[in-house]
Structures are given as C-alpha cells and as structure tokens.
Design a protein around this ligand. Structure first.
Ligand code: KG4
Ligand code: ZN
Length: 377
C-alpha cells in the first residue's frame, strides 16, 4: 500500500525471523469504539475487548469527533489490560502489533495508531498499519472457536456498516484487494440510523429498526430499488432514505401528528402503529434488495465463487437470510461474519495484520501515519 514502504533494516529482520509464532495485539480506534484483541499465530481469538462510547455520544445523536479521541485515551489502559488478562498474555509475549491506520476520524485513529507504533517500537516487534475495510473484509474468516480459515484465492467481499457500503475483490495468492463499487452518497447503516432516529429510536438505530421490521409487512409499504445508470454496481441510499422519511411524514399527518415529530415515542412493540412497522419493513426490504441486485449484476460480469459479508449491518436478520439464499441460487459459498465480529472490533484488525505478517508485508512504526480517507484501488 502507498506510503507504507518498509525501512530496509526492519523488513529484513522480519523476513529473517521465519514463520510467525507469537501473539498479535490488535488495536482499533477508527470511530467511537476503543478495542483491543489478542490472537495467536493461527488466528485464534484469545480475547476481543470492545469499549463502547455510546453513552457519551448518544445525547448528540451521532459521534462527536473531539469527544471520541478523548474517550479513546481514557479507555485504553483498562481495555488493553483486560484484553491481555483475558488472553493470559503479558506485554513481553506480544510478537506483533496491528493497529487501524484509516479510514475513520483522524483524531480517533491517531490515538490507536500512535499507541500501536509506540508498543511495537518499544517491544521491538513487527508493526502493521491496517486498512479498516481490510479488517472487516477478512473478518468472516474468523471463527468463534478455533483457528481462522485460510484466505481463499478468489473472493468477493461486501462490507456494510455505518460508514461503508463497499464491494471488494480479493484475488491471487497475495490477497490483493481492489474496489469494485462504493456508495455514491449515504452508507446503508447511515440510512438505517436516520430512519430510526426519525421514529424516535436511540442512535445507532439499525439493530432496532431491523428488529421492528420483522413485525411489519414490507408489501404494504413498498419502495423501489435504486439503480445507477452510469455505474451498474454503485450503491446509493440517499434516495431511499428521503422516500422513507417522506412516507413517514405522510403517516404522521394521517395519524393526526405534527410533521417532523417522531411518529410515536419508542415504547413496547404493541404501541407502534402498524403503518410505521410496515414502513420499516418496506425500507429494510428495499435496502437489502439493493445489495442483492448488485451481487446479481456482478455475478453476470464475473464468476463469484465465494462471498464474504461483513460490517455492522451484516448483523441484519433479513440480509443474513437473503445472502444465504443468494449463495444457494448462484452456487456461491457465502461466508457470513460471526455476529460478535460484525461491529468494529480489534480481532479483525489483528487478523488482517496477521495475514500481512505471514507475507512479510510489515510497516515501519516510526513512519506509519493515520489517514481519514484511504481508497482501495
Ligand atoms: O461496523 P460498525 O460497528 O461501525 C462502522 O464502521 O460504521 O457498524 C455500525 C452500523 C450502524 O449504522 C448500525 O446502525 C448498523 O451498523 N447496524 C445495523 C444492524 N446492527 C447494526 N443495521 C441494520 N441492521 C442491523 N441488525
Ligand atoms: Zn467498521
């Protein structure tokens, strides 16, 4: 990757070391989760600790970057101590350090990356500055009970979260990653969050919108699946979001509520108006159908033997059912990320780092830098 050239002496030291046999410490701080994990050389997750900052950001309805950086600094000592203790590993047992270098909030990234660089430098062990999406992309290879699966020679990855809606391809024995498609506007998780916020749910609302959508009838509130004429694989969620918000306004007006007010105060399931539940179900169906539509288009362009599905939105119940059915229809092997590694975590960063370490593709801890935007080419 660009800007990550190894310093000659360091990479020679890594290559001379032979196959890696120690423990990898992973650090993730790209947004509002402070995470630390320990993996062994086979990719077994010995610990994965994630400290959420949601209580700090929730009153603002989104992540406040300045507060996030401060919280990472505050949380790190306890999070790292818990990860090492749970894994039964001492600092002196750490054989490599992997930290997220981007994309994300630069102030947040700098905290985790700087800690990772300092730890690697002081322990004199290899350092890996990991692309956050690479962490998600390979996370379906992690298992909840055992060594990670080996990387397939060819794989397509769908990464769906609050910040990303990306279709990626992994090709060849070196696992080179290229971008096939991105969202042109909102990420899918962002759309779930905005709709959820509008009906009075707490941020981030995706999981709760998903749960409530199970209670509604999607056929009663259908939405069109967005298509982009100029780029058949590109994603777009702002149109669907606007349509759903407009439909909510109409429901509110019809129910005698004031426009702009939440359709109903979030309460128990019985208190939700049927038309709101139907709308959430219709929105979810169109959001997921867009992903399946792009997978269909892609498989008409190139064979997709293996599909990895990851990111926070990969916890979505409908998406999990639909990609499994898609795999059966298309004869593709679908690797779904285990639920516990859907959201941001450091196990996926340690794991992506381990894959690069096995190829001797390490970074210099003195010069690795955080970047808020790093496209895959
Ligand atoms: O990967 P993640 O933890 O952080 C980012 O990198 O963004 O993803 C968080 C996103 C949020 O937008 C959240 O609302 C969404 O994932 N999410 C869901 C579900 N669970 C989490 N969206 C839809 N259905 C879910 N079950
Ligand atoms: Zn993420």
């Amino acid at each position: 990757m660009e800007g990550e050239d190894n310093v000659a002496g360091m990479s020679a030291a890594n290559e001379a070391a032979g196959p890696f046999e120690g423990f990898v410490l992973g650090i993730e701080s790209s947004c509002d989760d402070t995470a630390c994990a320990v993996l062994d050389a086979e990719g077994r997750v010995l610990s994965s600790v994630v400290s959420s900052q949601l209580d700090v950001h929730r009153p603002f309805g989104g992540v406040v970057p300045e507060a996030a950086s401060r919280e990472h600094l505050r949380n790190w000592p306890a999070v790292s101590a818990a990860a090492l203790q749970e894994a039964g590993v001492d600092w002196s047992d750490v054989g490599a350090v992997a930290a997220t270098r981007g994309p994300g909030l630069v102030g947040s990234l700098l905290v985790g990356l700087s800690l990772g660089k300092a730890i690697s430098y002081s322990l004199d062990v290899p350092f890996l500055a990991v692309h956050h999406l690479e962490g998600h992309l390979f996370s379906p290879l992690l298992r909840t009970d055992g060594a990670s699966r080996s990387v397939p020679e060819s794989m397509v990855g769908l990464v769906v979260s609050g910040g990303h809606t990306s279709l990626l391809a992994v090709d060849g024995p070196s696992g080179a990653v290229t971008s096939l498609a991105e969202t042109l506007d909102d990420a899918i998780g962002e759309a779930f969050d905005k709709i959820g916020h509008r009906v009075g749910l707490a941020f981030p609302a995706g999981a709760e919108v998903d749960r409530l959508a199970e209670l509604g009838d999607p056929a009663a509130q259908p939405f069109r699946v967005a298509r982009i004429k100029s780029d058949e694989l590109a994603f777009s969620y702002s149109g669907l979001k606007s349509q759903a918000l407009r439909a909510l306004g109409e429901i509110e007006a019809g129910n005698g509520g004031a426009e702009g007010e939440p359709a109903v105060a979030a309460g128990d399931d019985e208190s939700w108006p049927r038309d709101v539940l139907d709308l959430l179900a219709g929105f979810r169906r169109a959001a997921v159908a867009q992903l399946i539509d792009r997978l269909d288009r892609l498989s008409e362009e190139r064979p997709v033997e293996r599909l990895s599905v990851s990111g926070g939105v990969a916890a979505n119940r409908l998406l999990r059912r639909e990609v499994a059915a898609w795999g059966e229809r298309r004869g593709a092997d679908v690797l779904l990320v285990p639920l516990r590694y859907c959201g941001d975590n450091a196990a996926m960063i340690a794991h992506a780092g381990l894959l690069r370490l096995r190829r001797g593709d390490t970074d210099d801890p003195r010069s690795a830098d955080a970047e808020s935007r790093i496209p895959f080419r």
